[in-house]
Design a protein around this ligand. Structure first.
Ligand code: GDP
Length: 302
């Protein structure tokens, strides 16, 4: 399974504890837990989660509940799985019943927004949906060219801005109107991603959200924030800001194929309470995987 190999670097980071657990006995507890703490921090689980996990393992070991290395490993995997699933967040896209469903893809430039939109289009089209793309990044000329390439590659139709200085919100509202008139199932909307500290970007996203809601009640159905997995914990403040302004319904974490910082997946879910819906594990059309918490845990702690 692709996602399995996608986390190989994070797995390598975490593998240091395996040997220690193999020969574990009670007297080694402090040493083993210190090493585990280090490995979790290096993989970007973040200090809060790391301490929570390590201390709960220590308590269970001292209480005699964990009696062997494999017991400890299982407890570790379960506690990570709990963190990922306890909020009962829906990891599947929630597209409602009105047509077209509208998905806004947001995030800072370079994170993998356009690529993820293309991969998502490919996946949804293969599931039988009629997809319309909307090139809402009117700020960067190259962005719509890039999306047009993805439209061709995936055989999807696309709406692009007519003329320069078109407003993102009007391109998106035009696309959703066309989606409605022509029976599209889903409109996937790209948005601009110049620096997140730029207030006008946030204003623009709010305007986009309103504009599509005027065409179809309840739209957008999903606002997916694309985060670059190689930035690890640094993605947190950015994610918080997007969430505060537009209300994020799900995350797409990209570039996890090359990242040793897979623990940030757990951190971001725990800190923001927003589910990861997809992970990007490469640059090809098929390299977007639905996020499966159990498969993830098995991939990083093999
Ligand atoms: P945008 O500016 O947010 O739209 O970012 P792009 O979609 O243009 O992606 C930026 C770069 O990251 C491109 O070179 C993509 O091919 C690359 N990229 C995106 N997602 C992934 C991924 O999951 N894995 C890898 N290895 N590269 C990715």
């Amino acid at each position: 399974e692709k996602i399995f190999s996608g986390f190989s670097k994070t797995r390598d980071n975490l593998a240091v504890i395996d040997e220690l657990l193999l020969y574990w006995n009670l007297a080694d507890t402090d040493k083993v837990l210190d090493e585990l703490e280090e490995a979790l921090l290096v993989s970007d689980f973040g200090p809060r989660i790391t301490i929570k996990i390590v201390e709960s393992l220590r308590d269970d070991i001292l209480a005699g509940k964990l009696k062997s290395g494999p017991d400890i490993k299982d407890a570790l995997k379960n506690s990570v799985l709990d963190l990922l699933t306890k909020k009962g967040n829906k990891t599947e896209l929630q597209l409602g019943y009105r047509k077209p469903a509208v998905v806004l893809i947001v995030g800072v430039n370079g994170g993998g927004k356009t690529t993820s939109l293309g991969k998502l289009a490919y996946r949804l089209k293969n599931e039988g949906a009629k997809i319309l793309m909307a090139a809402g990044d009117t700020f960067r000329a190259a962005a719509s060219d890039q999306l047009e390439i993805w439209a061709e590659r995936t055989g999807c139709e696309i709406v692009v801005a007519e003329g320069e200085k078109a407003k993102a919100s009007s391109v998106l509202s035009q696309a959703v109107k066309r989606g409605k008139e022509q029976g599209f199932d889903i409109v996937l909307c790209d948005t601009s991603g110049r620096l997140h500290t730029n207030y006008s970007l946030m204003e623009e996203l709010v305007a986009c959200k309103k504009a599509v809601g005027k065409v179809v009640n309840g739209a957008p159905n999903e606002i997916l924030l694309v985060l670059d997995g190689t930035t690890g914990l640094n993605m947190l403040p950015q994610a918080r800001e997007f969430n505060d302004v537009v209300g994020i319904t799900g995350l797409i974490l990209t570039k996890l194929d090359g990242s040793a910082r897979g623990g940030c997946v757990v951190s971001v879910v725990d800190e923001l309470g927003i589910p990861v819906k997809f992970v990007g594990v490469g640059e090809g059309v098929e390299d977007l995987q639905p996020f499966d918490a159990e498969a993830f845990v098995n991939a990083i702690f093999s």
